[in-house]
Design a binder for this molecule. Structure first.
Ligand code: GLA
Length: 447
């Protein structure tokens, strides 16, 4: 798939607008460089304005039925049990709120064009289920499609946006995921705009989180911020290292476009599903938190093994995801593996060792050393090249957010051994006692 590099996109648009603004504002050949500069910065800093519905100021957290239960497994009892488990396991206390039904809750439209729930799956109806979920202090989400059918062949929303939103409003739906199947080739922007307009004019005025799911087909990061609160940047995830890393790479291209009110969505979490290593699942969760991805659990919350619970309940990593600055972390550098063979050093053909980082509030930095190889390796992040810290001697206090321990005060760089398919995830905070005598600093850790 060809994807326009966002920076290139900005520059191209910038150059065209600069040209036009330059002509319109000051056609004289003596135009000064400062007016060019101000036109240029106007273009560069003017992001697509956010869908201002007050939602998604931090990425949404919750659960969605699809990854583990698909169409067949979805029903009323399951959803109620999951909601109870969300509270009883303590996941609610860690910030998980949404209980989202994916495809297959709906079955047909009545003669007036209103959507009907599948009563074999939801005998007491969606209204009652939503009420139960809300009575528990949780939020309730539904799924539909910007086409004539959903991907599983249930009725889609296209052409019925007003009717559907009337029902969502009555049921007090909090979140809508809007898919892209059976779209008849109708213009994508137009189809998503129609649902945006309907959601934006609910009778009650109650806002509904709008999650676009057009799978990254038309580079939604570049336009969807004014339409919805998040946009899928990728095709569907599956519970494997290859799938997760592929989606990570695609999602990473759009890091500059994420921010409070609008997020890149590389699909829902697969922690606790499938047959991949715990290390890989920990890497998945760490990267999703760092990239400010929606944290929608996709596993069976009624039965969570302790080691999986330890991943999804790591409040230090969740805090990265929910950091109020809302800056998506991204890849800073890639390095080749160096091996010694016959006393000679040789490099791997691809760069499998990576440094990722993201800025947090108060000058803190989330740093992830990622080892994509299948052997243990050391990886180094440097202040100036990887972390945009201008003063390489700046002392930063470092905390391991998986081991939950402070590991010392560092300058210039940080190096760590990283397990195969694993991460070393640390948080850097500016060392407050910079003027103090260096006796207060653990000397062995200053490099
Ligand atoms: C598409 C979406 C998935 C899921 C299914 C449901 O494939 O990308 O996330 O919602 O449809 O049918």
């Amino acid at each position: 798939m060809f994807v326009v590099n966002p920076f290139v996109y900005f520059v191209k648009v910038g150059v065209v607008i600069l040209f036009l603004v330059g002509i319109l504002q000051d056609p004289s050949p003596s135009s000064t460089s400062s007016s060019w500069t101000s036109s240029f910065s106007f273009v560069l800093v003017q992001p697509v304005s956010a869908y201002d519905n007050g939602l998604g100021l931090t990425p949404p957290m919750g659960w969605n039925s699809w990854n583990q239960f698909g169409c067949e497994g979805l029903n009323e009892d399951l959803v109620q049990d999951i909601a109870h488990a969300m509270i009883e396991t303590g996941l609610y206390d860690m910030g998980y709120r949404y209980i989202n039904l994916d495809d297959c809750w709906q079955t047909k439209r009545n003669s007036s064009g209103f959507i009907q729930e599948d009563i074999t799956k939801f005998p007491n109806g969606i209204a009652k289920l939503a009420e139960t979920i809300h009575s528990m202090g949780l939020l309730f989400g539904l799924y539909s499609d910007a086409g004539i059918k959903t991907c599983a062949g249930r009725p889609g929303g296209y052409g019925y946006e007003q009717n559907d939103v009337m029902m969502y409003d009555e049921w007090k739906v909090d979140y809508l995921k809007y898919d892209n199947c059976y779209n008849l080739g109708i213009n994508l922007h137009q189809r998503y705009q129609r649902m945006h307009d309907a959601l934006n004019s609910t009778a009650s005025g109650r806002p509904i989180y709008f999650s676009l799911c057009e799978w990254g087909d038309d580079n939604p990061a570049t336009w969807a911020r004014s339409i919805g609160n998040s946009w899928r940047t990728t095709q569907d995830i599956s519970p494997s290292w290859e799938s997760m890393m592929k989606l990570t790479d695609i999602n990473n291209q759009w890091w500059e476009y994420a921010g409070p009110g609008g997020w890149n969505d590389p699909d829902m979490l697969e922690v606790g599903n499938g047959d991949w290593t715990l290390q890989e699942q920990r890497t998945h969760f760490t990267l999703w938190c760092l990239m400010k991805s929606p944290l929608l659990l996709g596993n069976d919350l009624r039965n969570i093994p302790d080691d999986i619970m330890a991943i999804i309940s790591n409040t230090e990593v969740i805090a990265w995801n929910q950091d109020p600055l809302g800056k998506q972390g991204y890849r800073r550098s890639q390095h080749k593996v160096v091996m010694t063979k016959d006393q000679e050093e040789i490099e791997s053909s691809s760069s499998l060792l990576e440094v990722w980082a993201g800025d947090l509030v108060d000058g803190k930095i989330a740093l992830v050393l990622l080892n994509r190889s299948d052997k243990e390796h050391t990886i180094t992040a440097t202040w100036t090249e990887d972390l945009n810290i201008l003063d390489e001697n700046k002392k930063m206090s470092i905390r391991d957010v998986w081991m939950h321990t402070d590991i010392g005060i560092y300058q210039q760089s940080f190096t760590s051994l990283v397990p195969p398919h694993g991460v070393m995830a640390v948080e850097l905070s500016p060392w407050k006692n910079d003027d103090d005598d260096d006796d207060n600093v653990v000397p062995t850790l200053i490099e």
